[in-house]
Design a protein. Structure first.
Length: 324
């Protein structure tokens, strides 16, 4: 693929991601608030028929103006996308620490439930194959949903922390520092899977936050509307469903990262012109050393292997000799 094709593909990918992750949630929020305003909010009576009449009689100029308004809002929110996910993970400022600790107790209780389900001590003396299978599934779910250390305040935070902890760990890699180096080396098919799952996670997270903010705005606008205040429950429900979707998307995203390490981790050695390890123990030693070097700048000696250095990274390229 030539540079022009690469640039075009990157722009198209960015455009699709922006439309899905930012523009669509902002459009839902803006339309919901405008619908209430066109219906007469804030005020004691709502007339949705009036809102419908306004909507169907919007001219091209008004529609373009609304589209531009949503675009501006989406562009302003876009730099906050990472902060949105971090907030749903439970990374909150110090004044909210008591709330985080309370939520962390609930997550710890869920963790204990998984530990109890997977414990062999909870099984009868002569367990059936099905009981052993269910205990194994509980253990797998626990490893996918919780890190080994202290639980995070939220389910999303625990799932993403577990993914960071598990991905590549069996081979000695620290995903936090190794993943930014592995991702650019992924082949197109694997990168597409990772990108799609990340986009799903970010879309669900952004939708959860924007609909929660929409619910807050709806409560203010409908405070004088009597029974119509119950309409604020709609964005609340959407926010909750979107959060659950974000947790499920994070599970899928974590599996995609795990898969990437399983299949493509040796591309890191090849891209850095380092000899490929001959066995798992050599790989763990080399991976741990590299991660320490990237994370802490710890000095290390590197013996380069330039065999095939002029070839592009590809999972189909013959593996160079580990001893040069």
């Amino acid at each position: 693929m030539n540079p022009e094709d690469l640039a075009g593909s990157a722009i198209n990918s960015l455009t699709r991601r922006f439309l899905l992750v930012m523009y669509l949630p902002c459009a839902v929020a803006v339309f919901s608030i405008l619908l209430l305003v066109w219906s007469g909010a804030p005020g004691p009576l709502l007339d949705f028929h009036s809102a419908w009449n306004i909507l169907v009689h919007l001219g091209p100029t008004q529609l373009v103006s609304l589209a531009v308004l949503v675009l501006v809002i989406a562009l302003l929110v876009h730099p906050l996308q990472l902060a949105i996910v971090r907030s749903l993970e439970g990374h909150w400022p110090r004044p909210l620490r008591p709330v985080a600790n309370l939520l962390r107790l609930g997550q710890a209780a869920r963790l204990r439930m998984f530990l109890r389900l997977e414990s062999l001590e909870s099984l009868p003396d002569d367990p059936t194959d099905e009981q052993v299978r269910l205990a194994g599934l509980a253990g797998e779910q626990r490893r996918r949903r919780f890190p080994s250390g202290r639980p995070h305040p939220t389910a999303l935070g625990n799932v993403l922390a577990a993914a960071e902890e598990r991905a590549g760990a069996a081979y000695g890699w620290d995903a936090v520092v190794a993943w930014p180096r592995l991702y650019p080396l992924l082949p197109a098919q694997s990168r597409s899977i990772v990108d799609d799952r990340r986009n799903s996670l970010d879309f669900a997270a952004t939708m959860s936050v924007t609909t929660a903010l929409t619910a807050a705005a709806a409560i203010v606008l409908l405070a004088q509307s009597g029974w119509a205040l119950a309409l604020a429950a709609v964005p609340v429900a959407i926010s909750r469903l979107s959060y659950r979707g974000a947790v499920n998307a994070a599970l899928a995203y974590g599996e995609a990262i795990h898969m990437s390490f399983d299949l493509h981790r040796f591309e890191i050695f090849t891209a850095m012109h380092l000899p490929l390890p001959a066995n798992r123990q050599e790989e763990k030693t080399a991976a741990e050393t590299l991660c320490d070097f990237w994370r802490q700048g710890r000095p290390m000696d590197l013996t380069y292997d330039h065999n095939g250095a002029d070839l592009p990274a590809s999972p189909h390229r013959p593996i160079p000799s580990s001893n040069g």
